[in-house]
Design a protein around this ligand. Structure first.
Ligand code: SAM
Length: 219
């Protein structure tokens, strides 16, 4: 099945609100725990979260790494407002900043000590822009961890995944999940993107029936 693009930004306030209310505890905590497991020597510095959405992952990251400062970047104003409010409620505003900006427009080179990103890449029309910016944003020697959905073989397989994992979710979330699966990349496509960008030291891992993870040190 070919890739079908979905809208780049999640900037409808209702869509952002429902996404923020969804239960991604297992995925999101799994993601930050995986970062800790992949990079046991990492403990402090300035971390970018590209496509941070409503802020659940950077907040979990900030709790896990109390000596880190985190900048979440998302070009959806409703998402950024939700993230700011959640960080305030969590009492973490002093270490967290959110920027309403496309990651493609981020200024600065080698500014971060690490970068994370979950579920952004499938929104992006040109994935090479993402890998390029990821590499530019961090200092050489910095850890990066990226996770996203795997594109299934067919629309029927995509629907089966939505039915298996989001049977009780609101319609708007089920529709977004289905569209995201159709817009996602395959493991081979991710491998080709990394080769094209000379990022082959980053390793790809398919961690379950619907997610891949890419992690490693940027040189
Ligand atoms: C599926 S959400 C994932 C949010 C969060 N990382 C999480 O795991 O819960 C994808 C987010 O990426 C944002 N996004 C998409 N394209 C973007 C871009 N070019 N620059 C910045 N943010 C972008 C969307 O607005 C949306 O909030």
């Amino acid at each position: 099945m070919n890739r079908t693009l979905e809208p780049e930004l999640m900037d409808d306030p209702e869509q952002a609100r429902i996404y923020a209310q969804a239960d991604f505890e297992q995925e999101n905590q799994g993601f930050v725990d995986r970062f800790r497991d992949y990079f046991p020597d990492f403990s402090e510095g300035h971390v970018f979260d590209l496509g941070c959405g409503p802020g659940d992952i950077p907040i979990r990251f900030a709790r896990l790494f109390p000596s880190c400062r985190i900048t979440g970047v998302d070009a959806s104003a409703p998402m950024v407002r939700l993230a700011e409010a959640t960080a305030r409620k969590a009492g973490l505003s002093d270490r967290m900043t959110f920027r309403c900006e496309r990651f493609q427009d981020l200024a600065g080179v080698s500014v971060a000590d690490a970068a994370i990103s979950n579920s952004l890449l499938h929104h992006v029309p040109n994935p090479l822009q993402f890998w390029h910016k990821l590499r530019l944003a961090v200092k050489p020697g910095s850890p990066v961890l990226v996770m996203d959905l795997l594109r299934p073989d067919s629309p029927e397989d995509a629907q089966a995944i939505v039915d298996r994992y989001a049977s009780d979710a609101p319609d708007i979330l089920r529709k977004d999940f289905y569209n995201s699966l159709l817009a996602a990349f395959t493991e081979d496509e991710i491998g080709a993107q990394l080769a094209r960008m000379n990022l082959t030291r980053l390793l790809i891992d398919v961690i379950d029936d619907r997610h891949w993870v890419v992690g490693g040190i940027i040189h």
